[in-house]
Design a protein around this ligand. Structure first.
Ligand code: AHR
Length: 501
């Protein structure tokens, strides 16, 4: 059986674990909001119409931030449509997804939901069809203490206390020709800079995210980052990255190496950002908000826009496989490995729409395969992210050449002594024996080693079989001399938890 060796040391610190790495995303898209988080007719719905079963999953996932209300949706959104008495709210066409938006859920409902879910809201402002004034009005609505039209309007609408939203995205994917109000980098950069300055006049204590590229294959990638940051460097804190890894289509080996592509993308964006810093002779460092990432079956029927403007149709409801779960795990490993520059991230999205949680409107809810490789790091990663010195057999791919078969990252909490290793085995056929050398940590005990795998990489779960793909105890583990030997099955996501004796 092939062997890999992972050497760990508490001194190999990349950065503290940022809770913001474990963010997600709720967009007014398909059944993410209506039928997803909000479903007044559901047996578990509370007084605000929020599904209790979904709230339970969300709490279990251990999510930090939730980005809202889009996505492409935000670039045509009038936030004022979603506040005040529900019966008075206008129904509008959503041009981004070719659907009808009833505006039953808006800012106030979302803030109530976020409080119940125990998550921090991350809001986006519309810089597609709107601009500085509407962003300023919105931030006064959410953060103003009273005595102005919009902060008093929030009070009148039932929320006496400000929501105090700190995290704001300045538009969404403004480099994309599909975006409503798409702009050139210079045009967007100017608008984002002026919007940021004005928003800070209302509330100086904000974290602001400028739009980076929608993906590394965009023709303007690299140039876009430079030109946008030349306009916004002094006004923003983070630049966004978005990356979707499209469905596997006949090249499973390359698909499983998607994390390598994410590594390169992050490193390229960081290089572009630091180039601007050097050229502008600034001390401040701009980091990354990776605020959309996931696997997406873009070519499937579920991703085709409807033609008849339905309300909350089935859209982007991808069903995920075992291989997708391993890829999602590898993407999260990549994000953690870059914690020194990736300050926050959002799995896109949370419910029904390319999501870890699925629901039937009015009915049952279940976990997708991809739920688990998010939930485990979100639950167990504490303290510092540690770089691992790894020796691994290679995994051959047509797209990326030879890449390591074992990809891994660790976290170590100096306070509790907890040490956790997250790892994938990319090999399609071979189990790999992994020696984890923990000598540098002193005496430890094994708390648990779990694996998520299946002989069928394409196996997907349904509401009736949701429990059939989940982490289970790895039976092939042994200790000797501060070295853990663990056998990782082919195509698997693995978590090993160790604690101080
Ligand atoms: O998450 C789905 C869509 O993907 C978002 O609306 C958009 O920002 C991205 O292109």
């Amino acid at each position: 059986m092939p062997h890999a060796r992972l050497s760990l040391d508490p001194a190999f610190v990349v950065a503290p674990v940022s809770r913001h790495t474990f963010g997600t995303f709720i967009e007014h898209l398909g059944r993410c909001v209506y039928g997803g988080i909000h479903d007044p007719g559901h047996p578990t719905a509370d007084e605000d119409g929020f599904r209790g079963d979904v709230l339970e999953f969300v709490r279990d996932l251990g999510i930090s931030t939730v980005r809202y209300p889009g996505g492409n949706f935000v670039s045509g959104y009038r936030w004022e449509d979603g506040v005040g008495p529900v019966g008075d709210r206008p129904v509008r066409k959503d041009l981004a997804w070719h659907t009808t938006e009833p505006n039953t859920v808006g800012v106030d409902e979302f803030m109530r939901w976020a409080k119940k879910a125990g998550v921090e809201p991350m809001m986006a402002v519309n810089l597609g069809t709107r601009g500085v004034q509407e962003a300023v009005d919105l931030i006064d609505y959410t953060n103003g203490t009273g005595g102005s039209f919009h902060s008093d309007l929030r009070k009148k609408n039932g929320s006496a206390d400000p929501y105090d939203v700190k995290f704001w995205c300045l538009g969404n994917e403004m480099d994309g020709p599909w975006q409503i109000g798409h702009r050139t980098a210079k045009e967007y950069g100017r608008l984002a800079s002026e919007t940021a300055r004005a928003m800070r006049l209302v509330d100086p204590d904000l974290t602001l995210v400028a739009c980076g590229s929608s993906g590394s294959s965009m023709p303007t990638f690299g140039t876009w980052e430079r030109e946008v940051l030349e306009e916004t460097y002094d006004e923003v804190d983070l630049i966004s990255m978005h990356a979707y890894y499209w469905e596997e289509e006949g090249d499973l080996a390359s698909f499983l190496a998607s994390g390598v592509e994410m590594d390169h993308f992050i490193e390229d964006v960081v290089a572009s950002v630091d180039h601007v810093r050097a050229a502008m002779k600034r001390k401040k460092r701009i980091n990354v908000s990776f605020d959309e990432w996931n696997v997406w079956y873009l070519n499937g029927d579920a991703s085709k826009n409807p033609t008849d403007w339905p309300v909350a149709p089935v859209l982007l409801e991808d069903q995920y496989s075992v291989a997708d779960a391993v890829v999602v795990g590898s993407l999260l490993i990549s994000l953690l490995k870059h914690s020194d520059r990736v300050a926050s991230a959002s799995l896109a999205q949370l419910v029904n729409v390319i999501a870890p949680i699925m629901t039937e409107t009015g009915g049952r809810s279940w976990k997708q395969t991809t739920y688990h490789p998010f939930a485990q790091p979100s639950r167990y990663a504490t303290g510092d992210v540690l770089r691992i010195e790894a020796q691994s057999p290679v995994h051959e791919t047509t797209k990326y050449g030879a890449v390591p078969a074992i990809d891994s990252v660790a976290t170590h909490d100096p306070e509790t002594g907890d040490l956790v290793v997250f790892a994938i085995n990319r090999s399609l056929t071979e189990s790999i024996t992994v020696d984890v050398d923990t000598r540098a940590f002193g005496a430890l005990r094994l708390v648990e080693a779990t694996q998520l795998s299946n002989p069928d990489p394409y196996l997907k779960v349904t509401v009736d079989t949701a429990d059939s793909v989940a982490p289970v105890a790895n039976p092939n583990t042994s200790w000797s001399d501060s070295t853990l030997e663990v056998v990782l099955p082919p195509l698997s996501w693995n978590t090993v938890r160790l604690a101080k004796v």
